[in-house]
Ligand binder design. Structure first.
Ligand SMILES: Cc1cc2nc3c(=O)[nH]c(=O)nc-3n(C[C@H](O)[C@H](O)[C@H](O)COP(=O)(O)OP(=O)(O)OC[C@H]3O[C@@H](n4cnc5c(N)ncnc54)[C@H](O)[C@@H]3O)c2cc1C
Length: 340
């Protein structure tokens, strides 16, 4: 059981800045995110696109914003629990118990939900047995490239992820790239490179085909492909990788007894608390009259929710408003001033 002052659900920009706001007032937080990386929509959906409305930063990409937010919270040495979805939230006598889908447990007096549009989940194969082989023979992300070294792998998908991984794996494995359409929709230079690699026999392309069946008992031996004209093929393979993009699901958040309004969580604008004491919602996932789904609004919401968390985390202390410019305590926490 990991004990902390605040459990933050979501490592998007709003969750990240809230770590800072909690940190400067002396509260410890842990962050859980379902994705394998930090940054939420900024990293998953538009890492290279410029953002023009972050206060005092005339222009920065989703990736730079995430890097800067991480730099800003460095002093707090926060633990990130990635690839884990918060599954269950229940009230215990000494706080909220939070359980992830990997059976990790947290106990905290406060939860801040900064879950954006819900958890990002990979779009999956809809073929019999595909669930049974998930994370054994079928994968939707790559954690360790070397796991696939010298193996036969079938990569499905027509976008950038599928093409990039096909190019990468063609250096260390026997790759077949399969797509349901004849044309790929990835970047032009990747499509050209894929065609070049096929000419050089460094990978094989099969289009237009979809996965139709999976053969094997404990491990995959072969797969069946089919196209709209009814043409079929059988390929022996060790592993299958699917890159069909992500879908956003509100997911388990809907089951925690919180009031919901069109897949968002109503909060009050005084401290962004939900209908449950000690559970706050900020960023894209919260709603209130006038809500703007902008990063800058989320930063403000995080600042207020953080102060409200103080009450439950330090019931015997009084919260005192301070400026970072002049507060010795805050500067010590930020590591910019040495204690006497
Ligand atoms: C193309 C595009 C361009 C944009 N441009 C701008 C712009 O110019 N300016 C601007 O201000 N905004 C812009 N936005 C909107 C901005 O990205 C969002 O307002 C912002 O990302 C919201 O941040 P967040 O931290 O609330 O949520 P998110 O960034 O969505 O992060 C939420 C995180 O929570 C995780 N999560 C959810 N549920 C769970 C769970 N149960 N367990 C574990 N993890 C969970 C998700 O995996 C996700 O990583 C843009 C959005 C898009 C799509």
């Amino acid at each position: 059981m990991i004990k902390t002052d605040v459990l933050i659900i979501g490592a998007g920009p709003v969750g990240l800045f809230t770590v800072h706001q909690l940190g400067i007032i002396g509260l410890k937080s842990e962050v859980v995110d379902n994705l394998d990386k930090i940054g939420g929509q900024c990293i998953e959906l538009y890492p290279d696109k410029p953002i023009y409305d972050i206060p005092a930063i005339p222009e920065c990409t989703g990736e730079t914003l995430t890097k800067n937010l991480l730099e800003q919270i460095k002093p707090f040495k926060t633990n990130f629990h990635l690839n884990e979805r918060v599954q269950e939230v229940s009230k215990e006598k000494d706080g909220w118990k939070i359980k992830t889908n990997k059976n990790k447990n947290f106990l905290a007096p406060n939860i801040i939900i900064a879950g954006g549009v819900g958890s990002f989940e990979p779009r999956k194969f809809q073929v019999e047995n595909s669930e049974k082989f998930e994370n054994k023979g079928i994968f939707y992300s790559v954690k360790d490239k070397n796991f696939f070294k010298d193996k036969k792998i079938c990569i499905f998908g027509g976008g950038d992820s599928a093409l990039d991984w096909a190019i990468e794996f063609s250096k260390i494995a026997k790759v077949t790239l399969i797509h349901r359409r004849k044309e790929f929709r990835g970047a032009e230079h990747s499509v050209k490179l894929i065609e070049q690699l096929e000419k050089e026999n460094k990978l094989e392309i099969k289009t237009p085909f979809q996965l139709d069946s999976i053969e094997g008992k404990d491990k995959i031996n072969a797969i069946g492909l089919k196209n709209e004209q009814g043409k079929t093929e059988r390929i022996t393979t060790d592993y299958v990788l699917g890159f069909f993009g992500l879908i956003m699901k509100l997911g388990p958040i809907a089951e925690w007894g919180l009031n919901l309004e069109k897949k968002t969580i109503p909060v009050n604008t005084e401290n962004f608390q939900t209908n449950k004491e000690g559970i706050f919602a900020i960023g894209d996932i919260c709603t209130y009259p006038g809500k703007l789904k902008l990063i800058l609004s989320g930063f403000h919401e995080g600042a207020l929710a953080a102060r409200a968390c103080f009450k439950l985390a330090r019931p015997n202390e009084n919260y005192r408003f301070e400026f970072t410019t002049t507060s010795k305590n805050m500067q010590e926490r930020l590591g910019v001033k040495k204690s006497d």
